[in-house]
Design a protein around this ligand. Sequence first.
Ligand code: G6P
Length: 586
Amino acid sequence: MCSIIGYYGIDTAAPILVKGLKRMEYRGYDSVGVATKSEDRINLKKGVGKVSEVNNTEQLDKLPGTIGIGHTRWATHGKVTDKNAHPHPSNSGRIAIVHNGIIENFSELKKILEKKNYTFKSETDSEVIANLLQMHYDEKSDVKESLIETLRDLKGHYAFVAMFEDGTLAAARFHEPLIIGVGKESYFLSSDVLGFIEQTDDAIYVDNGDFVLIDSAGLQICNFDGTPVKKQITKVSKEFADAYKGDYAHFTLKEISEQPDTIIKAGENTIEAIEQATDYIKHAKNVYITGSGTSYNAALVAKYLMSKYAKIKLEPIISSELPFSPDSIEPNSILIAISQSGESADVLEAVNIAKKSGAKIISIVNLLTSSLVQESSVVIGMNCGPEIGVAATKSFTSQLGIIYKVTEKICAGCIGVDFEKISALIAKILSSHSKIMEVAKQLKDVSDIYILGRGIHYPIASEAALKLKELTYIHAEGIPGGELKHGPLALMDSNVFVVIINPNDSTYNDTITSAREIKARGAKIIGISDKKSDVYDYWIEIPTIEESMFPIIEIIPIQLLAYYSALEKETDPDYPRNLAKSVTVK
Ligand code: G6P
């Protein structure tokens, strides 16, 4: 996943583009580049590294001109090199493009172009777009015609912006996001409203299968066959402008710290949808639940809760596994799809498959303008504001909040969830960082961490392992407590740390026994519990609450532990290596 941006206006483009790219860096951040148009030529600079690093060395923001395009990359085709960074110029240098997505037929297209003597400087799939546009432009001498021809040739998922040397910007959207920002005397093209929110809150969401042309005559939007379409300007919610770190050192810490507030807000922007979802689930023959990464861990909590309290069986399916699942989705089913971004390709594919079997989709999603929303019959909003840190934190507890709210509705209040109380307890945990910082110091040189939990705490152990992997690059694995003796015990020795998720509830005694077995093999134990025990080498205290509610609060100290361990290891908690916030490619 990458971010693309374009600017057409009266101000100098490059600093605006660089600012926008910085705000979209969560989408991909291994390399960056900018191209601008001045005096009928295209200037282009790019390099490997984060936006600020490359800007320092290449002075991207000093390029002249009032029209330009930019890109941050998350490598898919071709290594992380200067050459593979975008923008890519066409052979003549008269067109430059930035692209997000995958061109599936790029090798066939490349062969066709090579036969016509086009050469390629990068290993990317994207470069074919630049040369295809050039080939058609040389034939047709018309930007719109050459764009239509190019779109006929391309197969795959893409959003791209092309800048022609006369200054025309041409962009197209096919299963990757593209939004137009409309300023007073300017236009923006961007993967995310964050790319232009500082300049304007007027936006046009480009539909799938539409293209955009911006030139001195203004803005034109057409579908892929060239028929003009009319689109409304929408006001973008001001909350998106909120994506600043403020006084926090990192977005991740800011987002962890927002949870006393976001847990209360979960689903509050879509109250009716919660009612509707409840009704659908109650009357469905089969209910499946899917997601990727953190969102899948939330689905595992849902299975447990719904089964125990609402007496409804949910089948959790990892989104990327659904295409290979031997059992098809039964007719008249419900698929609950959980996705912060609403753009994860695996989730969208799972939804597509389920819809083909006649399933209705209930989505739990943060970005209400996302592709998942378009595919859903019922949409419940996480309502937690923009999450920039690549590792999901506040969106996870918001997902849990919604799952609890829906379960509670189905079982007519049988859990007795008190979100005000949970909010206060999260705030309490957040205010006692010092113990967690001390434990984080111990993890600096550790190579393996295991996280153990039973019952409803096992999904939290999985999520804890994911957070530790993403933020610290330490090998981490979640283990269902009872499975310890069926294998993982062989790994326990004095080099290992084990986090025991062990609130004083029905799982406590069994888990403390597991902890003793581990300790006897020399491993160090970190206990996350409301009850002290001599088995813990380090005790991270959490407040006492009803058993069903522990998952929401016990993940908080682990998020902090992963964050502070990242600081100890000097990794970048906001932008872990090799990852991207939402993976919009398969
Ligand atoms: C990526 C991110 C994970 C996230 C997963 C699902 O892998 O790195 O942090 O949990 O996508 O994202 P979604 O937006 O679908 O919840």
